[in-house]
Every structure is written in structure tokens, then in C-alpha cells.
Design a protein around this ligand. Structure first.
Ligand code: AMP
Ligand code: MN
Ligand code: MN
Ligand code: MN
Length: 289
């Protein structure tokens, strides 16, 4: 089994179509693929009836815990669920409003046309990555990294604070849609261990059930640490590439360190919801959870 449960398409800030990502997953021998675009979820073409690849409907919701922006992935969500779609469309509107505000600031600096340019793209959720690409295309800066550093980060000239939902709302909407809430890339938040522990207490109290324990460039000691946190908080472990772009060589669909034997025992594929949806290989139940 190779489960890539976190990746993006051009419906948010990925560069490729869902069909491209699915074909890449098949080429890379991924057995289970969840497309988890930022604040957008749409049904994957299950009807295509792949024998070698199980497709899982997913989403990655930007939300707030205390003053921190965190990301919660939802796996096995029903994309037609009204509760979930109401939350996602609110987030999408807020994303467009944020781009409009950035557009006003950028126009004042002498470059017009950001919002119409982004609205013409296939993206349903407009992100700062799209803004960064526009800045590069219009010679405002040399590359994406500079665009974030000089313009889009908290101290940047075009920074506009995002208005995300609370983490409890994100978890509730994922569960209302029949999904499993998973805390995305816990090692990437700028918080110390005490804070991360508090976040996990709040996340599990709100209904969170998993955390990502393997993603590209994760340090081996972080791997072990996240495993311990999962045991302490009774969470399943998830894995994913956070793939956005085939031109970015630091990651690819299906590319992340495999969980060791002990960690795989807590794999999210042991979750009862997974068993309900996955008739390809029913796994043994996890005894310790
Ligand atoms: P947003 O959710 O609109 O704030 O956009 C965040 C997205 O921008 C993330 O999902 C990343 O894909 C991308 N991103 C964030 N920080 C950077 C950075 N420093 N360099 C390049 N991409 C970034
Ligand atoms: Mn992204
Ligand atoms: Mn993320
Ligand atoms: Mn992501």
C-alpha cells in the first residue's frame, strides 16, 4: 500500500488538472490518492473504475487555532454535503475578497489587473501562490520565494490578513460530511512543543482523529516525535506528498518517507471509515485505539 493523502490540483494552487495528478499517482504506483485542495472539494471520477488506484475525496481547510493559522485535511468527505460546501464557499468568498484587497494595494504600487487575471484561472480557491505567480509574470519580483518574502508574508508590502474559520468549525464540517479530520503537517507550524500539545488537545476535543506523520523533507526525529504525539492523543497517522507542481523537484505524487512498522500500525487505513469505503484490501482493526 502507498497512500498519498494530501495533494493539490489547479482547483486551488496546484499547477495541474485532477486527471494529470491521478495519472501521475498511477505511474508512481500510489494505491490510494486523496486530492485535498485548499478550501475546495469536488467529486473525483470514481466512475472511471481504476483497478489499481482508489480515489478518496478530500479537502484542506485553512483555519485558526488561537492566533495560529493551521490546516486541517478532511478525508472521505462527501463533496455534496451542504454543511461542508457552505463553509467552503464562505472561505472561497473570503479568499476572493483578500485578493481584491491585495489588488487595490498592488494597483497603488503601479501594477493593475490582479483580480481579473486570477478570476480567469481554473482555480476555485484563490491563494497567495496565484498572487506570487502574477507578481513574477509582471516583473514585480524575480521568483515566488521573493514574492512571498517581500510582498506576501506577514511583514510584506501586500500582506492582507486572511479571515479563516475557527478550527472547530472546520472539523465539524468535515465530520458532518462523513469525513476524517487530520491535522496537516504539524511540524511546519511556528509553535513550540507545549503549544503543539495544546493544539492537539483542542483538535481531538473538537473531533480531530488523525495527524500527518510523513510528508516531504520531514526530519527523522520529527517522525518519531509525531508518532509519540499520536499515541498520547489517540490519533491515527496519515501520509501525503503535498504535491503542487511537477516542476518542483522536492516532491512528487507518492513521494514521502514510508512509515516504519510500528507507525504503520496506527495508519489511518485502520480507521473504520476507511474500511467502509475501501473494498480493495480490508485491513485488520487497530487494537490499541
Ligand atoms: P494561502 O492559503 O492563500 O495563504 O496560500 C498559501 C499557499 O502558498 C500555501 O499552500 C503554499 O502552497 C504557498 N506558500 C506559502 N508560503 C510560501 C513560500 N514562502 N514560498 C512559496 N510558496 C509558499
Ligand atoms: Mn498550497
Ligand atoms: Mn497546508
Ligand atoms: Mn497542502
Amino acid at each position: 500500500m502507498k497512500a498519498d493523502l494530501h495533494c493539490h490540483t489547479h482547483l486551488s494552487d496546484g499547477q495541474h488538472t485532477p486527471a494529470f495528478v491521478i495519472e501521475r499517482a498511477r505511474a508512481n504506483l500510489v494505491t490510494h490518492l486523496a486530492i485535498t485542495d485548499h478550501d475546495v472539494s469536488q467529486a473525483l471520477p470514481q466512475a472511471m473504475g481504476y483497478q489499481d488506484l482508489k480515489l478518496i475525496n478530500g479537502v484542506e481547510i485553512s483555519c485558526l487555532w488561537e492566533a495560529f493559522e493551521i490546516h486541517i485535511v478532511g478525508l472521505f468527505v462527501d463533496p455534496t454535503n451542504t454543511h461542508l460546501q457552505t463553509l467552503l464557499s464562505t472561505q472561497q468568498v473570503r479568499r476572493r475578497e483578500r485578493v481584491a484587497q491585495i489588488d487595490a494595494k498592488l494597483t497603488a504600487l503601479g501594477t493593475a489587473g490582479l483580480l481579473p487575471n486570477l478570476l480567469a484561472k481554473p482555480a476555485v480557491a484563490l491563494t497567495r501562490s496565484h498572487v506570487a505567480d502574477f507578481l513574477v509574470a509582471n516583473n514585480v519580483c524575480k521568483n515566488r520565494q521573493k514574492a512571498f518574502k517581500t510582498y506576501l508574508n506577514r511583514s510584506g508590502k501586500l500582506f492582507v490578513a486572511a479571515q479563516w474559520c475557527d478550527h472547530t468549525e472546520a472539523t465539524r464540517a468535515i465530520k458532518a460530511a462523513g469525513g476524517i479530520p487530520v491535522l496537516a503537517h504539524p511540524g511546519r507550524y511556528a509553535m513550540n512543543k507545549t503549544k503543539l500539545n495544546r493544539l492537539l488537545e483542542c483538535f481531538t476535543a473538537a473531533g480531530g482523529e488523525g495527524l500527518e506523520a510523513s510528508y516531504p523533507n520531514i526530519a527523522p526525529d520529527m517522525n518519531q516525535y509525531l508518532m509519540r504525539l499520536a499515541v498520547e492523543h489517540g490519533l491515527y497517522l496519515s501520509t501525503g506528498s503535498d504535491f503542487h507542481d511537477a516542476a518542483a523537484h522536492w516532491t512528487d505524487v507518492g513521494k514521502f518517507p514510508t512509515l516504519d512498522r510500528a507507525a504503520a500500525q496506527r495508519g489511518i487505513w485502520h480507521h473504520p471509515t476507511w474500511e467502509q469505503h475501501d473494498n480493495t484490501q480490508p485491513p485488520a482493526r487497530l487494537k490499541t485505539l
